[in-house]
Design a protein around this ligand. Structure first.
Ligand code: NDP
Length: 337
């Protein structure tokens, strides 16, 4: 079963393996398979589920809400996000303005079939809305009981520091940061993690398996596995492209002996690796099939000895990205409509 960790400097416990439905629910996988994945997660002791209004243009929230129907609400932690446009593209259908935040939470709650979310996250930093306006809107949402806690995603260290200080002044806390983090993408280690520790946030990390690449199933020179994200023309193939390079895939194959030594699959090794970082509260893992969920949860509770952590660094060498300047890479610098 899955272990639990506190989220930031709060009393909220979450399952250290959290199930996320980006690119899958409402898109790559049929609804019955989505439901089976959620069921497999619940059966394995996962209580924490992450989605966003923008995933499959709101369908992912709906599919997750339907799949969780009938579950005891108090036994779940449901996370969603606001920022990216989901409406017909009006000037206020995007960003972190008070208008968009206050309207978006209502849509998310309706689709998820719940009166409140446990964590409401700013999906990116909005460079055009004053931070005070966003934080005041979040404070009001917390006071209305529509969200119990607030987090951010892909914010830089400076943005986290400023947001956390302002939240404190308004009487609530930022408790989490949701960045990309894996053996191949370590850009948060130098700046985001220290700033988060200081401000009382922990990380809920996305794509811990580099979207499936670290499972070792993409072998250079071989056909892509049928049904995998790299073959998903609805969006997955484009998203995983960054890691689909022979030099990366070859290095990843070199991790197999390390996984064998720990009696883990490569997928489990990848998930266990992010959980070795004590500022990580959860690995946010996706799945296109229920068997993957059952496999991945076994990464919970694994300790990777220092000697093998060092070996992983040696095997991956310079294909690992560590440049802190790449934090929030691709985050829009102006409002997207
Ligand atoms: P992962 O790195 O865990 O990749 C998951 C994908 O890898 C699965 O959908 C599956 O794809 C493949 N996979 C999973 N388990 C196995 C296995 N055991 N063996 C082989 N292949 C496997 O994470 P995601 O990229 O899916 O992201 C996870 C979550 O993070 C999202 O659902 C979302 O909640 C969050 N996220 C947040 C972002 C943000 O901006 N805040 C951005 C992106 C994600 P397949 O079978 O199709 O190959």
């Amino acid at each position: 079963m899955v272990n639990y960790r506190y989220l930031g400097n709060s009393g909220l416990k979450i399952s250290e393996i959290t199930y996320g439905n980006w690119l899958t629910h409402g898109s790559q996988v049929e609804n019955d398979v989505a439901t089976q994945c959620v069921r497999a997660a619940l059966d394995a002791g996962i209580t924490t589920f992450d989605t966003a209004d923008v995933y499959a243009n709101t369908k992912a929230e709906q599919v997750l809400g339907d799949a969780l129907k009938g579950e005891r609400r108090e036994s779940l932690e449901i996370f969603t996000k606001v920022y990216w446009p989901t409406g017909p593209g009006g000037p206020n259908d995007t960003g972190l303005s008070r208008k968009h935040v206050m309207e978006s939470i209502n849509g998310s709650l309706q689709r998820l079939g719940t009166d409140y979310v446990d964590l409401y996250q700013a999906h990116r930093y909005d460079t055009e809305t004053p931070l005070e306006e966003t934080m005041q809107a979040f404070a009001d949402i917390v006071r209305q009981g529509k969200a119990l806690y607030i987090g951010v995603s892909e914010w830089t260290a400076d943005q986290i520091r400023a947001g956390a200080a302002m939240a404190k002044d308004l009487g609530f806390q930022l408790i989490s940061s949701q960045p990309q983090y894996s053996m191949l993408w370590r850009v948060i280690e130098d700046e985001v993690v220290p700033a988060s520790k200081e401000a009382g946030l922990s990380q809920i990390v996305w794509s811990p398996m580099a979207q499936g690449v670290l499972s070792g199933k993409y072998v250079p020179g071989k056909d892509l596995p049928a049904g995998s994200r790299a073959t998903d023309s609805k969006g997955g193939a484009r998203m995983i492209e960054r890691f689909m390079r022979d030099d990366v895939l070859e290095r990843v194959q070199g991790l197999k002996p390390v996984a064998d030594e720990l009696d883990l699959s490569m997928a489990q090794l990848a998930v266990a690796w992010v959980l070795q970082n004590d500022n990580v509260a959860a690995a946010l893992v996706g799945a296109s099939r229920p068997e993957q969920v059952a496999e991945n949860v076994k990464a919970s509770g694994v300790t990777i000895p220092a000697e093998l952590m060092a070996r992983i660094d040696d095997v991956l060498g310079d294909v690992v990205e560590r440049d802190p300047a790449k934090t929030a890479e691709g985050a829009p610098q102006t409002r997207v409509v």
